[in-house]
Ligand binder design. Sequence first.
Ligand code: NAP
Length: 527
Amino acid sequence: MTYLAVPIAADNLDQARQQVKAALAAGAEMLELRTDYLENLSVDLVRNLIAEVKASAGRQVPIIVTCRDQNQGGVCPHPAPLRISVLASALKAGADFIDFEFDNFRNVENQERIRVALSQSLTGRLILSAHNFKTRFANITKLYRDILAVYPVAIPKLVYTANHINDCFAAFDLLHSISGEKIVFCMGQAGLISRIIAKKLNGFVTFASIDEQTATAPGQLTVEEFKGLYRYEHIDSDTELFGVIADPVGHSLSPAIHNACFADKSMNRLYLPLLVQGGQREFDLFLNSVLSRKWLNFSGFSITIPHKRNALNYVRQRHGLIEPLAEKIGAVNTLLIKSGVTTDERRTNGYNTDYAAALDAITSRLKIGSDGLNGLSVAVVGAGGVARAIVAGLSDAGAKIKIYNRTVERAEKLAAEFDCDFAPLDDLQSLDAKLLINCTSIGMHPNVDATPVPKEYLKRGMTVFDTVYNPVQTLLLKQAKKKRMKTIDGLSMFINQALAQFKLFTGQTSNGVLMRKIVSASLSSKK
Ligand code: NAP
């Protein structure tokens, strides 16, 4: 079992009571009383706190008592003798675990006092912890062994800051390679996934906060996120992993969508936000690290800014399969890992679900088949990544395309590649197309009063498609609707590409209505 522990970091008893109540209501499976946060710390205060927690818990919730040294992230500069007295009295009051710093435990006097306190407790156990707030430990396995050499029945707790997601693999390797109780994870945004994967790899405890205000370490998730978004209860050693590789990744709606759809189908799969900072080198290192650890059980990825081209290059280098249009677009937004025993046998295949998602949104709204796109006159506004995917798809289907862009050279280059026309944005006043597609970010939240095409340029009989999906009803779409034009929103495209990814990931069809509901709820909660 991996306990989901909530640190109680309160200044006083009243605040502690409230936090304990909130933690238990949220579903904490263990409480860590961070007594170093308490003002006027005393042995009696901690004893009272434990008695109250035990009385109010109403169910058996294990308690860790910690009185952290300031050198290891403690809040107040309490002297070691007081901190040890607090831990000793905590054991007497019924704490299940005390947490003490391994560095301080090497001091003979400290060690003797802690050993005596433990010997007087029937059930109390010792967590020996080491923290590195700056970077990885030089040798985490040696540190783990050193702890057990000094106190063989301790539970080692090794926590370090991941400055890059690739730093997490050292923690995963330790969790995977050595059995026995241990607490291992990484701090910081780059280490966030290690707090979740700790459960799959059978870590003894992972920590969550009640809310963002009470978080005691960088990158800590809330209990609600663990239990709701990441379906903590369902994670086990067989859980298959997926994720979105991006930088930044915090705003991505994909974890909410895919996890809800996995839940909807009762699938033992989990989708994570994977913050991969840097360029090709860091991207390659991340994927190589994943491929060489089959036991992590990663099976597929969504790829977004800035890694779509890096993903394409990666698949090329490893001679994986690349969907022909993804090659032509120059971007892969979905990667699948095809199983094999060795790293070399494990293949990565690359796909692009963006263009098909847009084309599906268009054909279903216009009630035509893909052959209906042949000869259709289309004005594409924008010449960036999304425009490129849509132009590639439409050009493949035989549409007659004109690209309008602020930077005309970019439009010219894209037009030359796909054999279409181009023009500066000013030419939109003589717009004459059956379908207009906005592929710029104009009109996107928070600039919701902007539109890429003034309403007087919109002509009757035109269909207007805005790829922007936040807000769903952009000013461009509102003005088109007022003129009784057919409209297609960016959310339809977004959902289509998520549906296509889900199909690639699982071989099954997902629930588009559920996806749309989740995205709409997320977007309105962020306003
Ligand atoms: P991108 O590669 O950065 O391209 C941005 C495009 O917008 C460029 O053509 C740029 O023109 C133009 N642009 C930006 N600000 C402008 C301004 N103030 N005035 C005129 N033109 C401006 O971005 P992308 O990846 O193509 O994404 C574009 C938009 O597509 C996003 O903002 C998002 O809303 C939408 N999107 C939708 C989906 C979906 O599934 N519905 C998925 C991804 C993205 P220059 O070349 O002159 O810089």
